[in-house]
Design a protein. Structure first.
Length: 85
């Protein structure tokens, strides 16, 4: 599984909706530390567990250096322990 997270620097998720109902990718939607953005990782890991997932999780890192990467890894390790024991 590929893990990443995004956050809004301004505006709301509803403001991202385009006229046809799809979501755009504007400049105010940025990569961030996994677990602090818009993705619901409890729901994501619940679905993965229900599907029998037993694989690797890779981390998509932004350009913030090692500290955000370490924080993302710690968050994911905690969620994996919580959902997969």
């Amino acid at each position: 599984m590929h893990a990443s997270d995004r956050y809004l620097t301004s505006g709301t998720v509803e403001e991202l909706r385009q006229a046809d109902g799809t979501l755009g990718y504007p400049t105010n939607l940025c990569h961030g530390i996994i677990g602090r953005g818009l993705n619901d990782y409890d729901r994501i890991f619940s679905i993965l567990r229900g599907a029998g997932f037993d694989g690797w999780v890779s981390i998509e890192d932004g350009d913030g250096g090692m500290e955000p990467l370490v924080e993302s890894a710690a968050f994911l390790r905690g969620k994996m322990a919580e959902h997969f024991g």
